[in-house]
Design a binder for this molecule. Structure first.
Ligand code: F6P
Length: 327
């Protein structure tokens, strides 16, 4: 068994509902194994600036239902520089932190990987936390389920008003580099079309589709646009469509940061708790530079190397299904 005495835990990057359940899982599992726990506030920025707080079992009481992250978060530019990482390493050593669990998305796990390549003696284990669900090596990331439900609720409401006015709505959802939220919410809400960054040249098809729908006097059309789509987002694509379809009454709705907030779903709470528990168990088993994730509902360990290098793919069959179902 590894000789870890004090474990650090942090959240970094965009917050996600369920991160608190993961912090609780990590903290209480570590205490169960007799470890001391340090909360590192404000992500890597806090590691560089010694934002350290001692965590006890009660420090994570009553947080399961809270959105956001009690440890706060940041996107640290300093940690991308060798000097920042050196300072972080010295601070961890000085505080007696022997191992770290990081909770976050792609940037967070990339930072962890680079750090671990430079400094071997402080093992890091990662937990995937981002509403985008765009992390290779895990079917699920913390916050995705809650965000998806938030989007679905919003789109259903927009559908009511779209139908009443015979309008075409472009609804922009989060996903700078990935279309998972757009695709799954689009399926759940019966969107007429979905534009995502992973699929290029969709605009021509979209216009053909709208043309057909217009002739059939479809009462409403909902197009879900991932913010990172090549069309430039919902406003840009709406402008281009307006020019071609003068008779369409077009509206745009950008859902924005409401997608990141709110009380986490039961699914996010349970999965985040399991990942927090598994991350500490992995460290106790001498694992390092790995992410804990889910593969076909089973917990799994994936090396940072793979997580960073490989890109999670959307299912092309699901995209095709959307076309078939939205006649
Ligand atoms: O956390 C991921 C994410 O929500 C992306 O989907 C989005 O592009 C980005 O964060 C927004 O980041 P910020 O809150 O810094 O504007």
């Amino acid at each position: 068994m590894a000789k870890i005495k004090r474990l650090g835990v942090l959240t970094s990057g965009g917050d996600a509902p369920g991160m608190n359940a993961a912090i609780r899982g990590v903290t209480r599992t570590a205490i169960y194994y007799g470890l001391e726990v340090t909360g590192i506030r404000h992500g890597y920025h806090g590691m560089i600036n010694k934002h350290f707080v001692n965590m006890k079992a009660h420090s994570v009481s009553d947080i399961l239902a809270r959105g956001g992250t009690i440890l706060k978060t940041s996107r640290s530019k300093e940690f991308m520089e060798p000097e920042g990482r050196r300072q972080a390493y010295e601070n961890l050593k000085e505080a007696g932190i022997d191992a770290v669990v990081v909770i976050g998305g792609d940037g967070t796990l990339t930072g962890a990987r680079v750090f671990c390549d430079e400094y071997y003696d402080i093992p890091f284990v990662g937990i995937p936390g981002t509403i985008d669900n765009d992390i290779y090596g895990t079917d699920y990331t913390i916050g995705y389920d809650t965000a998806l439900n938030t989007v679905v609720e919003a789109v259903d409401k927009i559908r009511d008003t779209a139908g009443s006015h015979n309008r075409l709505f472009f609804i922009e959802v989060m996903g700078r580099d990935a279309g998972f939220i757009a695709l799954k919410s689009g399926i759940a809400c019966g969107a007429e079309a979905i534009l995502i960054p992973e699929v290029l040249d969709q605009v021509k098809n979209l216009k053909d589709y709208l043309e057909k729908g217009f002739k059939r006097k479809k009462s409403s059309n909902i197009v879900i646009v991932a913010e990172g789509d090549e069309s430039g987002g919902a406003f840009a694509i709406a402008e281009s469509v307006k020019e071609d379809f003068l008779d369409y009454d077009v509206r745009v709705s950008v859902l924005g940061h409401i997608q990141r907030g709110g009380t986490p779903s039961a699914y996010d709470r349970v999965s985040a708790s399991k990942l927090g528990f598994a991350a500490v168990e992995a460290l106790m088993d001498d694992q390092k530079s790995v992410m804990v994730g889910f593969h076909n509902t089973e917990l799994d360990l994936v090396p940072f190397r793979k997580v960073i290098k490989l890109k999670k793919k959307v299912d092309p069959e699901e995209m095709q299904m959307v076309e078939i179902l939205s006649v």
